[in-house]
Structure formats: C-alpha cells, structure tokens
Design a binder for this molecule. Structure first.
Ligand SMILES: Nc1ncnc2c1ncn2[C@@H]1O[C@H](COP(=O)(O)OP(=O)(O)OP(=O)(O)O)[C@@H](O)[C@H]1O
Ligand SMILES: [Mg+2]
Length: 343
C-alpha cells in the first residue's frame, strides 16, 4: 500500500511517503527560527506557518518518493494530541486529498507514531516497555501489541523535553534547547553539581521534573550570584563557558537518572525483556548511553529510533497509519482533531 503521512501537531510541518511499510521519503519543515525569538512555541504563529507550508511539504515528499498523488492509496494524519490550530491544518489538507482522490483516511495518535517510529528501521517483537519522552510528554507504557498500549506511569508536571528547554532558556542557550544541552554537556562534568532526583514513592513509574528547574535557578541565583534578564535568561557574560558546560552536563545527568531507573524497573517488574525509547528526548546521547549500560547489565534489549525519527516527523505517522489501514480501519471525513487525545 502507498501511504502519504501528514503531521502538523506542533511546530514542525511534515509529510512522508511509505510503500509497503518501507519509507520512500520524509520531509520536515522546522519552525524553530519562527518561535526561537519568543523562547517557546506561539500557537497562532505555528498554525499560520503550517497553512503556508503544508502543501509544499506534501509536494516535496511525493516528488522525493517519485510517487504521483494519483498513486497514493491511503492518507494517515495526526489527529491529536497537539495544538488544535496546528492539528486542524494537517487534518484539513489530509481530508481534501482523501475526498478529491477518493482514498481512505485514517487519523493517527501522535504518541502512537512516536511509539512505533523505531519500526521504520527494524521489527521488534511485542511486548515491550516504551519510554516516551518528548517536548510535551514523559510516560512509560506497556506495549502488548500494535494498538494495545497500557500507560503505567507519567510525569506529574513538566515533560523531560520541556525541562531541557527551560534549563537551556535559563542558561541563555536559546529555544528549543535539548540538543544544545546535549552538545555542551559533552565538554562538561556531569558530577559538578548534584541536582535533586525526584521520585514518587507510591508511584515509582511517575516522574516529576519541575523541582529540577527550580534547583537550577536557585543554584544560579544563590550559589553563583548570577542575575537574570527580563526573559529569565542569565545575563550575557555572567557565566563562563566552562560553568555552562558543567551545569548543562549536571542537569542532563539528573534528567537521565530520573528516566533510566523507573524504565528499567518497570521492565523488570512486568517481566518484559525489551525497552523502546522514543520521542524527541530519545535523541539525547547521554540517555542512549546510560540506557544501553543499564539494560546491558540486566540482559535487557533496548531500541531507539535514529535521531531523525525521534523528533516530530511524518514517517512515524505514515507507519502507524499504515498498520491501521492494513487492519481495515478507516475514518470518516467528519474526523475532528483532539488537542488532548489520550493513547
Ligand atoms: N538531543 C537531545 N537531548 C535532549 N532533548 C532533546 C534532544 N533533541 C531534541 N530534544 C527535545 O525534544 C523535544 C522535542 O521533541 P518532539 O519533537 O518529539 O516533541 P513535541 O512534538 O514538541 O512534543 P510531543 O511529541 O510530546 O507532542 C524538545 O523539548 C527538545 O528540546
Ligand atoms: Mg512529538
């Protein structure tokens, strides 16, 4: 089956073409430059840029795949969760194509897309424990079969990606900042500052990252005597490059500790021998390394998508949609977007 995938849930406009579950093209148009100056995503700007870009991105995906629009046999589109104005742009484009070409449409949960992204590159046997760690979500699921996921833990406050982004903003590293922290941390000492590792005793698979952000702010303000500008970032020149690298590495070490321990413990308790880590933060090099070490020591398997399939993309949506279309699932053209769609 030839599937066109469309993803516009947040700030990336993306389209991809899959032929018999094999990826033929994946195009992502990032809006980082649009939102960077605001230090966060501005929903109204995100949807307006999706409107301007979505058709060109779809065209680019089709032409790179050397597939004519008339040969597409099904459309998979993200229907939630995400920013409602952003979701509606991709959904409307998908409906327009499905209607005019008389081909089936299927709505995909963005989180299922992340969860199955790893299958674009290799088949993994079910069941597995999935750590989904992104800009908006941090959860552990038991994936029993395609389409059968049970959430066993989630963050009580910030997502891990959000924590990285807020820390980066505080350190004056721009937005989004997860990747910058990852790069700078390579030249820093992860043991320079001991940040607190939060855990919730009665709910060992839940997470909490908001205290970490406060700890970083307090460390900067009280112990290092650093002041902040009106955007909440440290004043330019207030910290040496070496300190920034040490703080980035120490912050990252705390986040990684908080992610690795519960995930490995969940696999052990559930008697599952495979772990799949996905979502934007799964691109983090230290998380990948520490997860490999922790699972290797316990004879568990761990799998990550390639970095380009960790952050938002339409290939994962096309893949998740292809599996649904193959099972005979279809959605009506009345399908609506849902901002807080659960998995
Ligand atoms: N190498 C990295 N290390 C740490 N964080 C990273 C890295 N690369 C990307 N991120 C973080 O990943 C997040 C973006 O991930 P993704 O695109 O999956 O999220 P989203 O679509 O914003 O959220 P969601 O998928 O929950 O709706 C950002 O918070 C970004 O800082
Ligand atoms: Mg995402």
């Amino acid at each position: 089956m030839i599937i066109l995938g469309i993803e516009t849930s947040c700030d990336d406009t993306a389209a991809a073409v899959l032929v018999e579950r094999h990826l033929r093209s994946s195009v992502v148009s990032s809006q980082d430059a649009v939102h960077g100056p605001y230090g966060g995503i501005v929903p109204e700007l995100a949807s307006r840029h999706h409107v301007a870009n979505v058709l060109a991105v779809i065209d680019a995906a089709l032409s790179r795949a050397e597939i004519a629009i008339g040969d597409v046999e099904g459309i998979a589109v993200t229907r939630g969760p995400g920013l409602i104005g952003s979701l509606l742009v991709g959904l409307s484009a998908a409906k327009g194509i499905a209607f005019s070409k008389r081909i089936p449409l299927v709505g995909v949960n963005h989180l299922e897309g992340h969860m199955l992204a790893v299958f674009l590159e290799r088949e993994i046997a079910f069941p597995y424990v999935a750590l989904l760690v992104s800009g908006g979500h941090t959860s552990i699921y038991l994936a029993r079969a395609p389409g059968r996921y049970r959430r066993i833990g989630a963050t009580r406050d910030d997502a891990a990606g959000e924590a990285f982004d807020k820390a980066a903003k505080m350190l004056g590293l721009g937005f989004p900042g997860g990747r910058v922290i990852d790069q700078l941390a390579r030249g820093g000492d992860g043991g320079a500052v001991r940040f607190p590792r939060a855990s919730i005793r009665e709910h060992p698979y839940d997470f909490s990252f908001s205290g970490l952000k406060t700890a970083l702010r307090e460390r900067l303000r009280r112990d290092l005597g650093v002041s902040f500008d009106s955007t909440g970032a440290v004043r330019a020149g207030a910290l040496s490059a070496a300190w920034i690298a040490d703080l980035a590495a120490s912050f990252q070490e705390a986040v990684v500790d908080m992610l690795v321990a519960p995930t490995v413990a969940a696999a052990a308790e559930l008697g599952v021998s495979r772990i799949v880590v996905s979502g934007g933060v799964s691109a983090n090099s230290r998380l990948r390394q520490r997860m490999q070490e922790a699972t290797g020591a316990r004879s568990l398997e761990v799998h990550f998508p390639s970095p380009r399939f960790c952050t938002d993309n339409a290939a994962m949506i096309a893949y998740a949609g292809a599996r649904r279309l193959e099972r005979g699932e279809r959605d009506e053209l009345t399908l609506n977007a849902v901002a807080s769609l659960p998995l």
